[in-house]
Design a protein around this ligand. Sequence first.
Ligand code: PHE
Length: 547
Amino acid sequence: MSQKREHWSGKLGFILAASGSAVGLGNLWKFPYITWQNGGGLFVLIYLLCILLIGLPIMIAEIALGKISSRDPVGAFDFVSKRKTRFRYVGILGVLSAFVILSFYSVVAGWSIEYSIKSISSDFKSIPYESYKEALTDDRKVKALQKAVFEEALTQPLTDIEKREILHAALSQKTIQQMPFDEINELFKKEKKNLISLLKENKQIETWQNYFLAKRSKRKDFNEFMHKTLLPVYSSSLFADFLNNWPKVSLWHLIIMSICLLIVSSGIKKGIEKTTKFLMPLLLLLMFFMMINSLMLDKEQEGVKFLLFGDPGKLHGLSIPEAMGHAFFTLSLGMGAMLTYGSYMKKDSDVVSDALWVTGLDTLIALIACMMIFPIIFVYGLEPTSGGIGILFTTLPLELFKFSYGYLLAPLFYILVFLAALTSAISLLEVAVTYLKDEWNLDRDKASLIAAGAIFLVGIPSAISVSFMEYPDALSTNIMLPLGGLLIAIFMGHKAEKTLLENEFIKHKYPKWSFDVFYFTLRYITPALVTIVFIFLLSDLVKKIVS
Ligand code: PHE
């Protein structure tokens, strides 16, 4: 390490850069999505406990490890141990995680560029006329129409004969044909809920869907009906068409990596700090504006009620591990990102207060994201579980365009996603760059070029196929981050000298009890909890692989 190490200009510089790393797709997409799936309320409480008992202690330990050593994630362990230690492999695992995560993170960040552009053009306002015409020749669209028509028909008054024939097809009992109509009506009411699945079982569903489609198409409002039904199909086929266009997806991936390269190679102060100091306040402002907009729309405040009280019945066996795994991802912990940013801190920085700021801001923004998205879901009765990451790119644009000023709101939203993802992506690249710089003595420019180039290449499979992306995603979130976090907690809690952490509290005049509580949590509670989550996730993964 011949070069003099750069430093953040001050407290604000570090806090904005580190919260830029923490706030990202994890907050905007993943948290609202898993909170919805797990029924809000209690799940949010579990998540907050994970942040407090696992996230915060590791955040303090990781930033402190960086600050104390002023080294990259590999060298930091050696420095604190004062010799070459096996813990350096934790650092290597971290650098590998940076490659793995950024390889797909950059691809998804690229989607947000596409969608910023798409929503400026008029793609989501209406279905082009040609699309209506071709709808009846396109299998997927016909299926969607049939399904919607049948579901609608079941909510409308039907003739007695229709009811009898549907029941006959669904239940395949001969006696139905002879039943008096009042009994038919009774039976129909009773079986209404099960009809669709029964008809599916008996392979009769298509006949009836076609029957109602023919009937429905004679009504005056059929075009309007078609529009309402086909818009989501249209939107998801736009998304699918875009994903299939892999040269374009790769191009956006290349552009994201190039922007990251540009920022990171400009250095800590001139690159990362300057960018995040400008982008983070903008991001906060945008989110705040969109949250107010959503809250005003949702007169009954159903979105907020769901967040606070929710539906605890939706919690399941893996909810707790899911909340814990997400705590790592969203706080950028367990892979050396916070360690790396900490290594550029000045010696007199207050690690404890900075860690509290970053953790608090990330948590606040995750909650704001929910208050921005849930009201829209409730007001428009949309089902957010459809298709994983799709919600951000298939259903949400439609909802945004329902506002009269949707043409403004939608691009704004995707620019927000882009900004949040970008400030996280640069922190991932910085981990690899700092490693190459400190361990291999490369200069920043060369290190940035090599790391960004390699990550671009590793990301190509994710750009070519979305389904491939699941592997690096699951590998990093479920295994690499919890394992890294666990080992960092063990290292700082059991291997490193106690005084190193204690000094961080004493120097800034924190009461003794606060250090004692923190140190005890870091040594025992955090590792125990992470071990439990880790076993849970691992057994789930094994189950998935086996089935
Ligand atoms: N915390 C980021 C997010 O929520 C993702 C990330 C993980 C960034 C690990 C850096 C390191 O999107």
